[in-house]
Design a protein around this ligand. Structure first.
Ligand code: SF4
Length: 253
């Protein structure tokens, strides 16, 4: 027992001072993708991008809601290399804002009335609607001593009747459809819905499958989209704090 206490003292204070200080991410971290926009004549290697995350309109754009943040995506364009930046900020309020070219419109705060209710105490029910478990693991990590989610007044609850909103992962399998609808209906008004990960946003790698929906939005309205496969806990936390109006700076990057 004494050894445990001594070790604990040696470890010191582990909670990040986020959002005051942003920690440096390891080199392998794949943050917000940056697509080369100098060339207009792009060819897209469909084999490397079967989900259609790179969109060619007037300029090339990347749909973060479909991006799986994999290595192959880096060389998906014939000209220029897609780069994964070290920027963890990716959460947005509208689905179309996930399609990025030069600028990102980050998530905006809830309206004043809703923010007054949830701003200092937000209870969420997590629903795994057919995910692989990756996004759920990152959500769970937010509760550890490093991220310490509860210091922001955000907690997960067991019953949707005690929740202010839902945090959903997975593409929503047909088997989970009824359960998700019932859980959504059980949350009292006003309620918020947060889609976490490529699956919950667009179906992710399961997109187009017969037994799944292509994301939460096919069934219920979404207030916050957090891309990634899976998103880093700080990407999720950044989105939550923006939704609650506690990160007002850098609305656009
Ligand atoms: S987005 Fe990726 S990590 Fe999250 S549930 Fe889907 S496949 Fe798993």
């Amino acid at each position: 027992m004494w050894g445990v206490i001594v070790n604990r003292f040696k470890q010191g204070f582990r909670t990040l001072s986020y959002p005051k200080e942003i920690p440096s991410f390891p080199k392998r971290f794949r943050g917000r993708p940056i697509i080369p926009t100098t060339e207009t004549q792009f060819l897209i290697d469909k084999e490397k991008d079967p989900l259609g995350a790179v969109v060619l309109e007037k300029k090339p754009a990347i749909d973060m809601g479909k991006c799986l943040f994999n290595e192959d995506m880096k060389t998906v364009c014939s000209k220029g290399t897609l780069i994964y930046s070290q920027d963890h900020r990716m959460a947005v309020s509208k689905r179309e804002d996930l399609i990025i070219q030069d600028e990102v419109r980050l998530a905006t705060a809830l309206n004043e009335k809703t923010r007054r209710i949830f701003g200092r105490s937000l209870k969420l029910r997590e629903v795994c609607a057919g995910s692989c478990g990756g996004c759920d693991a990152e959500i769970q990590a937010m509760g550890n001593v490093v991220f310490d989610l509860s210091r922001f007044g955000i907690q997960f609850v067991a019953s949707p009747r005690h929740a202010d909103g839902l945090m959903i992962t997975g593409p929503v399998t047909k088997n989970m459809e009824l359960a998700l609808r019932k859980t959504y209906e059980a949350v009292p008004q006003s309620k918020i819905v947060i889609a976490v990960g490529a699956c919950a946003i667009s179906g992710g790698p399961f997109q187009g499958g017969k037994e799944v929906h292509n994301g939460v939005e096919e069934l219920i309205p979404v207030d916050l989209y957090i891309p990634g496969c899976p998103p880093h806990p700080l990407t999720i936390l950044d989105g939550l704090l923006r939704l609650l109006g506690r990160l007002q700076n850098e609305k656009r990057i």
